[in-house]
Design a protein around this ligand. Structure first.
Ligand code: BES
Ligand code: ZN
Length: 679
């Protein structure tokens, strides 16, 4: 793997922490600021059209390698990835070298990125990158690690949802050749991919915290790069943090505290941009296995180490099924509660919500899920967001296999059933075009593809293949798929071809291509879908029915022996319109307002809102103001907004909670609670 060459001692000439706009990160007075001119805005494109129009630059800028002819070729007419403004056909970023200072006072990252770029198109003289709300200060042509001359650059007009294309003038050169450009930049306080937390928003309440969330298209809010899952790059990074804080990245993490405050990272395997990840805070760690540790604030690190003690066994189970774990270490970072997701599969270091810390390992399927992405997603990556189900459907399938291997078939069946129920609920609300596995997201946000369709319909497609080929044959096929496409991106169509060819070889006639296409390209669930129905919840169903019909009292329910999954099923299956008095009975018997398990509390609170059960309000307010995980709060706000009284309550609570929510959660909730899109 080639890297950007870097002269030793670079950091002696570049004092990153002191950089301010106008100061140049270059050695030896070679800066040619006087000759640097900005190109005019080159690109105006609409998310709605999904195509970038390009205007050739009219400026004769001081491009590297002499004066450009002015004939910059069209940037991109029809983009391979409708969610990137980069000209992926002409250039590929192969390696990044970051040097960033973390400034909690100004809430910004600032520094440089060196991009090592492979040229695909000999004639191309404009390198177009994705950027979103970045402040670019300078751009340089780099040779042997030294900035040798200024590169002319310009920012195009903002494209709603996609950011501003950043265009750099580069000289033509042979296809296959590589060059390095350095961009000096800083982030904006409102960067969508970063959340800056005050001390009060952390467990320890003494130090601030920063974390990134790059999926799907937020890496461009903290690094200028080609922000497409079709592009993979290796990276190295240096991150400077204030005394007493630790920086971690989805990369190799050194445990020693550097005396100079500069943490160093290396990611030798090429990864897509949406897996770029960083966090900074008062972060401690505990080893929990030979290649596994938890990173967390000191206040929660012990609890996390206990909760996730099975992680090494999960890795081994997945390796037995799908081949070796290819990333070296697998660590977990427990974030503060505003983390908007259950988990995020950042390579070598999954980011997870503290709402998994239930005390009884009952919610660890999310760890199985994020770990499984080390094969499905991180090793073989959806080429476009249209192919998101290749990431999430496969991962949900692998997650259930891991859960089955560690916790048995009963637990696996329960999670399958809960997944199917969530899919049924969502299919009832989604437009037909959103019910396809290969979803057309052109002109839309990739977020619109994040539904149970990708996760559970995708998983059910593989269940169906399994019913046709046999479990062992499907596991073998998946293992071969991961091996054949390791460290590559793949499309739905590539998987379709692979699947049909392998199936034909192992069991001729077993898969009907028309049925495969129905799974991929038609809405809803095919009539021939196999529903792995089980009777794991039959007892709970009967017990709920008995209580509802007055045939038994709550004291007779064997609830103390229920698993968390049985509790969820018990509560989720309650009928609409259950009177408040019956909820009072439940609450009196089981102290549901005091339940700390975040999933059970969620099911209870949703039920309480539906029933208008007022005594749950204080707990609901506490829940909504202390948890920022979108899956657990969005449905509660949605439910509240259905009644005038609930609406007033939701708006009052939201006003208090909103400053603590992540920008991604705010963007989702503003339209729901305030009835308007986020600014
Ligand atoms: N990669 C996803 C999270 C994600 C998806 C972030 C799309 C941004 C855009 C992660 O692996 C995931 O699926 N998380 C789930 C948990 C899982 C157990 C279903 C979540 O956060 O709920
Ligand atoms: Zn996932």
């Amino acid at each position: 793997m080639r890297r950007a060459a870097r002269a030793p001692g670079f950091f002696h000439t570049v004092r990153m922490p002191s950089l301010v706009p106008g100061e140049l990160p270059v050695a030896g007075g070679r800066e040619r600021r006087g000759r640097l001119r900005r190109l005019p805005l080159l690109i105006a494109a609409g998310l709605a059209t999904g195509a970038a129009a390009s205007v050739p630059p009219r400026v004769h800028a001081a491009g590297p390698g002499g004066d450009p002819t002015g004939a910059v070729p069209s940037v991109v007419a029809a983009r391979a990835d409708p969610h990137s403004l980069a000209n992926l056909d002409a250039f590929r970023v192969r390696h990044l070298d970051l040097a960033l200072d973390v400034d909690f006072v100004r809430q910004r990252l600032s520094g440089t990125v060196d991009l090592e770029v492979e040229r695909l198109d000999a004639a191309a003289t404009a390198l177009v990158l994705d950027s979103h709300d970045l402040v670019v200060r300078e751009a340089w042509w780099v040779e042997s690690g030294r900035a040798v001359r200024a590169v002319a650059y310009s920012k195009g007009a903002p494209v709603p949802g996609l950011g501003e294309p950043l265009q750099l003038a580069v000289p033509p050169g042979p296809a296959g050749g590589r060059f390095v450009v350095r961009i000096s930049y800083q982030t904006s306080p409102g960067a969508g991919g970063l959340q800056w937390l005050t001390p009060a928003q952390t467990a320890g309440r003494v130090a601030p915290f920063l974390f990134s969330q790059s999926q799907s298209i937020y890496a461009r809010t903290w690094i200028p790069l080609q922000d497409s899952p079709a592009v993979r790059a290796t990276f190295t990074a240096r991150v400077h943090v204030p005394p007493g804080l630790r920086a971690v990245m989805g990369a190799s993490n050194a445990l020693a505290t550097p005396a100079d405050g500069w943490y160093r990272f290396e990611m030798p395997q090429p990864i897509p941009s949406y897996l770029m990840a960083i966090a900074v805070g008062r972060i401690d760690y505990r080893a929990i296995g030979p290649r596994t540790a938890v990173f967390a604030e000191p206040e929660v690190v012990e609890a996390a180490a206990r909760e996730f003690a099975d992680t090494e066994r999960m890795i081994e189970a997945c390796e037995r099924l799908y081949g070796p774990y290819r990333w070296g270490r697998y660590d977990l970072l427990i974030l503060p509660p505003s983390f908007p997701y259950g988990g995020m599969e950042n390579p070598r270091l999954s980011f997870v919500t503290p709402t998994l810390l239930a005390g009884d390992r009952s919610l660890v399927s999310t760890i199985a899920h994020e770990l499984a992405h080390s094969w499905s997603g991180n090793l073989v990556t959806n080429a476009r967001w249209r192919d998101f189900w290749l990431n999430e459907g496969f991962t949900t399938f692998l997650e259930r296999r891991i859960v089955g291997a560690l916790y048995g078939a009963r637990r696996e069946s329960m999670e399958q059933d809960l997944g199917l129920q969530s899919l049924r609920r969502e299919l009832g609300e989604l437009a037909p075009r959103d019910q396809l596995l290969a979803i057309d997201l052109r002109g839309r946000s990739p977020e619109e593809g994040v539904t149970a369709v990708a996760y559970e319909k995708g998983r059910m497609f593989l269940d169906w293949v399994e019913s046709r080929l046999g479990a062992a044959a499907l596991d073998r096929l998946l293992r071969e798929w991961f091996e054949a496409h390791a460290f590559q991106s793949a499309t739905t169509e590539q998987f379709r071809e692979f699947l049909l060819a392998r199936a034909e070889a192992s069991r001729p006639g077993a898969l009907d291509p028309a049925q495969v296409d129905e799974w991929l390209y038609r809405p809803g669930l095919p009539a021939f879908a196999v529903l792995k129905t089980s009777d794991v919840f039959a007892r709970v169903d009967a017990q709920r029915a008995d209580w509802l019909a007055g045939r038994s009292g709550l004291a007779q329910l064997p609830a103390s022996g229920w698993s968390v999954q049985e509790w969820l099923h018990f509560l989720d299956g309650m009928p609409a319109g259950l009177p408040g008095a019956r909820l009072a009975e439940l609450d009196a018997q089981f102290a549901l307002n005091g339940v700390r398990n975040a999933e059970i509390a969620f099911s209870w609170l949703r039920l309480a809102i539906r029933a208008g059960y007022e005594p749950a309000r204080p707990r609901l307010e506490e829940y909504l103001t202390t948890i920022g995980r979108r899956k657990l709060i969005r449905p509660l706000y949605e439910e509240l907004m259905k009644s005038p009284d609930g609406r007033a309550f939701a708006q009052a609570v939201y006003a208090k909670a909103r400053p603590g929510y992540h920008p991604i959660a705010v963007a989702t909730l503003d339209p729901i609670v305030q009835g308007k899109a986020a600014p």
